[in-house]
Design a protein around this ligand. Structure first.
Ligand code: F6P
Length: 362
């Protein structure tokens, strides 16, 4: 029988645990099935290059540190939908065929894509249009892919945000200040809620639950009555201003990204009270950090299962973590179930029971 040849690509925003997943795919493919494994560079962009930009992976690739390193050594991209790809004159052109041709030029028996819901949506369409055989592994620090209880990268981001709160606590207490920590998570408040509980926050603001500056002030005043002069506030990047507008940061290239709500909260509190605030925006530290043990374990388990799916020619599936084990679901199902924080979630009740302010009227 001919040796099988498989590819791996990482797509979308990077996170802790991607290298661990690539490593696990390689070991399973090599040790169990003696497959040849190729890492495609820079996500789908590598398949647009001619020759295709890919490297053959070997045992040597994984000696040493990769398991422990954040990001993805293959590179990734979270810009440029290939169906509407911006060219140098600012027009949008369809480059999907180049990716499909690149895949077929490599003569792959299957491709494992490690990505979030956006990447999976695009790759699923490419696979359908171009007869590409894919299996998907969910990764996102936002943890919003509903079909899996956990996505690669989430635990690392929560851990980093928790460490930041641990570090902020002492300086908050030293100066009797309110320290505001802005975290990522896009439209889901999972990082803020989890880290806020783990890091002993007094106030957690998430996009799913309405807050008011009045509510925040009430909470800070209650703390003062108990002679507590300092506080920790965690705010998720997609929390809106009181008037309902989003706070966005515009980059040089015209891209707009969430960011800056922490400054708004600080400004409001300092305008309306005598509380002194300082803001820390955690940003990409949450993505580039070395993966936690649980992210390395999840990534390793996902990698093994994904290779088994390819070997069984079960394509168009996404691996997921459910009830303490790996399962697989159709990619469509994986991306159609968005999960943000809901009022009925245990962690919302936990936060409330700990006396954390998370919003009004809940
Ligand atoms: O989806 C992952 C994420 O880190 C979000 O939490 C964040 O809003 C966004 O990506 C940042 O994207 P970029 O790396 O393009 O700034």
């Amino acid at each position: 029988m001919n040796k099988k040849k498989i590819g791996i690509l990482t797509s979308g925003g990077d996170c802790g645990g991607l290298n661990a997943a690539i490593r696990s795919i390689f070991f399973r493919a090599k040790n169990m099935y003696n497959m040849d494994v190729f890492g495609i560079k820079d996500g789908t962009a590598g398949l647009m290059q001619r020759p295709v930009s890919a490297i053959q992976l070997s045992y040597k690739t994984f000696e040493g540190y990769l398991l422990r390193q954040g990001g993805t050594f293959l590179g990734s991209t979270n810009k440029g939908n290939p169906y509407k790809f911006p060219n140098s004159s600012g027009e949008f052109i369809d480059r999907s065929k180049e990716i499909i041709d690149g895949y077929h030029q490599m003569k792959l028996d299957g491709l494992i894509i490690i990505g979030g819901d956006g990447s999976m949506q695009i790759l699923k369409k490419l696979a359908k249009d171009g007869n590409m055989k894919i299996v998907a592994i969910p990764k996102t620090i936002d943890n919003d892919v509903g079909a899996t209880e956990s996505s690669i990268g989430f635990h690392t981001a929560v851990d980093i945000a928790t460490q930041a709160l641990d570090n902020l606590q002492s300086t908050a207490a030293s100066h009797s200040r309110s320290m505001i920590l802005e975290v990522m998570g896009r439209d889901a408040g999972h990082i803020a809620l989890n880290a806020g509980i783990a890091g002993g926050a007094d106030i957690i603001l998430i996009p799913e639950i309405k807050y008011s500056i009045r509510g925040l002030i009430k909470k800070l005043n209650e703390m003062k009555k108990n002679n507590i002069q300092h506080s920790l506030i965690v705010v998720a990047e997609a929390v809106k201003k009181e008037d309902g507008t989003r706070v966005l940061h515009k980059y040089m290239d015209g891209e707009k990204r969430l960011g800056g709500i922490g400054d708004y909260i600080a400004e409001q509190l300092m305008k309306k009270t005598d509380v002194e605030c300082r803001v820390t925006t955690l940003g990409h530290v949450q993505r580039g950090a070395p993966p936690t043990a649980s992210d390395r374990i999840l990534a390793s388990a996902f990698g093994v299962y994904a290779v088994d799916l390819l070997n069984q020619e079960k394509f168009d599936r996404m691996v997921a973590w459910k009830d303490r084990k790996v399962i697989d679901v159709p990619i469509d199902e994986g991306i159609s179930t968005y999960k943000n924080v809901e009022r009925k979630d245990s962690l919302v009740e936990t936060a409330l029971s700990l006396g954390i302010y998370i919003g009004d009227n809940i």
